[in-house]
Design a protein around this ligand. Structure first.
Ligand code: AMP
Length: 443
């Protein structure tokens, strides 16, 4: 690990970037570098490997695109196959990186290809044979293509892994390592992750980075200073539906994103909200790519103002003007919570994130607040105040005190343990479960 320090320039011109990049930054209204750009760009420009923790919304995409584009220009890219490969976990995130890359490279003459599952394999192969300078891809499809030798990565100069933590959580570790195995060992590698405190990320960083510079900015709780976070208690799912409709009809917002923990739940919410004359769309991982693109265009253009989404489908979404997030279900962990609320309050805009918390979700929400070292404001909607007011007493951790599990729950837990014992005995007698969830089928 390197300890060398780099200056933190306050303007892009002080970063000594290529003039065509400065022109594009100016046109994009990006006047000064964000903290992650200040810290990551200088070491990246001198070819150091980087291991960066930066939350979404921090400007992390430009933090790797700028050094990639600068180096590609300085070293006359494209002559010997792709100069850089950028891997991202989902199609949506890849598309957003691609869009930002097109914007930043507008004056460079560099060519970028986007390669994700869901698009025609043969036409991707054909486009890759034209030797683009940069490739932005999801791991599954890229590996399929590279296995047939297009693209040839043996002379690649830069490799970027964006949202490495999620890429590993989605089960892409084998694909990523197989792709790295095909890359030029002399390349520079930049790894970006929401957290570096992730076993898988530490493991992969040790294997693929050489003497990396560690850049840790925007730890989970610092990143969301300009997002107002609130909790509204709910009695049950029916009460939650009423609260959701009320919020979407009464809160001031331009675009709202509503998160559910499952595809089914997201789809179920659609009908009742449409019944309230709300303009609603759904985004989940099992949708066809063309349907996903369509719903995103509707949101961007304002034809719908509410998007119901699941975590993986919404990962990396960057739509300007999302100023309200509603968590219909409490997310499964603090990292998902952070990613959800990071869809608003981007690049210094302000936003509001409201989580609906039912009786069975109190402890999970308390754990998330504790992990993030943040306490969300408690809010009551007077018109819809429910019976549930939270636990009578809470422990120092914020969790409910003395909440004994009811007999039915104890019985269910005992059943589960018994079943696990039975399953353990049967290991080897059944097929291994699929490694990826259906939603992760980003290929
Ligand atoms: P990211 O964290 O890369 O998803 O970026 C979040 C948003 O911030 C994107 O919409 C970027 O266009 C925007 N952005 C990135 N860098 C800057 C900057 N230096 N100044 C203003 N906006 C920026």
């Amino acid at each position: 690990m390197q300890t060398e320090t780099f200056d933190r320039p306050l303007s892009f011109s002080a970063l000594s970037l290529h003039p065509s990049l400065l022109k594009a930054l100016d046109e994009a209204g990006m006047a000064s570098p964000t903290p992650v750009q200040q810290q990551a760009v200088p070491p990246a420009l001198v070819h150091k490997d980087l291991c960066v923790s930066a939350a979404t919304g921090s400007g992390k995409t430009a933090a790797f695109l700028l050094p990639v584009l600068h180096r590609a220009l300085a070293e006359a890219a494209g002559k010997a196959g792709p100069f850089a490969l950028i891997l991202a976990p989902t199609r949506e995130l890849s598309r957003q990186i691609y869009d930002q890359c097109r914007q930043l490279s507008a004056w460079t003459g560099l060519r970028t290809e986007l390669v994700t599952g869901g698009d025609d394999f043969k036409s991707q192969q054909k486009r890759l044979r034209q030797k683009p300078d940069l490739i932005i891809a999801t791991p599954g499809r890229l590996l399929e293509l590279a296995s047939q030798d297009t693209p040839d990565l043996s002379r690649l100069r830069m490799l970027v892994l964006d949202e490495a933590d999620r890429m590993l959580d989605m089960g892409f570790s084998d694909e990523v390592l197989a792709i790295v195995g095909r890359c030029n060992p002399e390349r520079q590698t930049l790894l970006f992750s929401a957290t570096l405190n992730h076993r898988g990320v530490k493991g992969i960083a040790d294997r693929i980075l050489q003497a990396p510079e560690i850049v840790a900015v925007n730890t989970l709780h610092e990143a969301h200073a300009h997002i107002e976070q609130q909790i509204v208690l709910a009695d049950d799912p029916v009460h939650k539906q009423k609260l959701l409709a009320w919020l979407l009809l009464n809160e001031p917002y331009d675009k709202a994103l509503v998160f559910a923990n499952s595809r089914l739940q997201a789809e179920r919410l659609q009908g009742p909200l449409r019944g309230q004359k709300l303009r609603v769309g759904v985004l989940h991982g099992e949708m066809e790519q063309k349907d996903r693109n369509r719903v995103m265009t509707l949101l961007r253009e304002g034809a719908i103002s509410v998007l119901l989404a699941t975590d993986l489908a919404a990962r990396g979404l960057d739509v300007a003007g999302i100023d309200l997030i509603v968590n219909f279900d409490v997310p499964r962990n603090a990292v998902d919570y952070t990613h959800r609320i990071g869809r608003t309050g981007r690049a210094d805009e302000t936003g509001r994130a409201i989580t609906l918390v039912g009786p069975g979700e109190w402890n999970l929400m308390a754990a998330i607040e504790r992990y993030l070292k943040q306490r969300c404001q408690r809010r009551t909607i007077k018109e819809l105040e429910g019976a549930y007011q939270g636990p009578k007493r809470v422990k120092a951790s914020g969790k409910a005190a003395g909440s004994k599990k009811p007999a039915a729950v104890k019985k269910a837990v005992a059943e589960k343990i018994k079943k696990r014992h039975r399953d353990t005995k049967n290991i080897g007698k059944r097929r291994a479960p699929s490694r990826k969830t259906p939603e992760s089928a980003a290929e």
